[in-house]
Design a protein around this ligand. Sequence first.
Ligand code: SF4
Length: 360
Amino acid sequence: MESIEQKLISRINEHATPLRIMHVCGTHERTISKYAIRDVISEDIQLLSGPGCPVCVTPAEDIDFAIALARSGKVITSFGDMMRVPGTLGSLFDARSEGCDVRMVYSIDDAIRIAEDNPTQEIVFFGIGFETTAPSNAAALLRGVPENFSILISHKLMPPAMEILTQDTIVDGFLAPGHVSTIIGTEPYEPISKKGFPIVVTGFEALDVLLGIAMIQNQIESGSSSVENAYPRAVNAEGNIKAREMMYQVFKQTDSEWRGIGIIENSGIALRTEFEQFDASNIHAEIYEKVLHDRKVSENDSDGTSLYEECMCAEILTARAQPSQCPFFAGRCSPEDPVGPCMVSLEGTCYNWYKYRHTK
Ligand code: SF4
């Protein structure tokens, strides 16, 4: 008897027309790569990987700032995969090898505990990620944190990035990220769908992804574009109102730099005035300004031929290239020795293509 997955694959392939469907979630890329979904559906349907890996879109200047803070004697606390992502002058792991105090944590609460246990040291938490991680950081600040604790804020908001991608990339529809949507709900995608882009909020099993593809196909076939929810077991229209209230009690929306994409209007968050005493870029403004200045100088002096500059993550994150088109893929660049951010994290496109040996 045919499984539901097989039925969906048959349905997708019977109705296949040239279609470019973008996901903006590292976990979707993992599912697609792991279950070889690109191999079982028609070649007419391209599954594009967008900027959905949090460490991949964290700008190099924030990594450089974290390294500069570590070198100036602050204790940097960070998620493990962020520590391995190279900035302009290496990674936080490299800084740790030099003797800097860089510690891996699993949450902001771990970082706060380190601050409480080390009252004479300055502890900085590297706050990255999308709408999924920002609320817990807001909650921690609302509960209260020690005076020797600050955050380097590098959070990103997904809908403004999707909006930009509809302008710069040839895309017909989106699989919207399940995790982010648990917080923001389905409503923020409405303006994008109204411009003619079908959007389906999708979960993370192979079956979920296949269903999302089939639902986008349905919309295209019927000439409609709306936001549909294929992940109702976790997502509703309103999202998590409480988490968002907490988030915007502490943060305000602001323009933000995305690695490989540039500045996207209203796509980031910054601490509100009442919480600015915990903002690492305010507290350590001198170090931050120096990092920005040094980056400007090195950009002007660069001849554009360093490995770092030749990495194609910018193209990968905007679906203008596939990992296998990068000359370093699976050679000079591997998960053991990554050249660019897309090869570091379990959510990185290059990492997943490498791990599952995808070539198309
Ligand atoms: Fe960058 Fe490595 Fe991916 Fe090439 S294979 S784009 S160098 S991360």
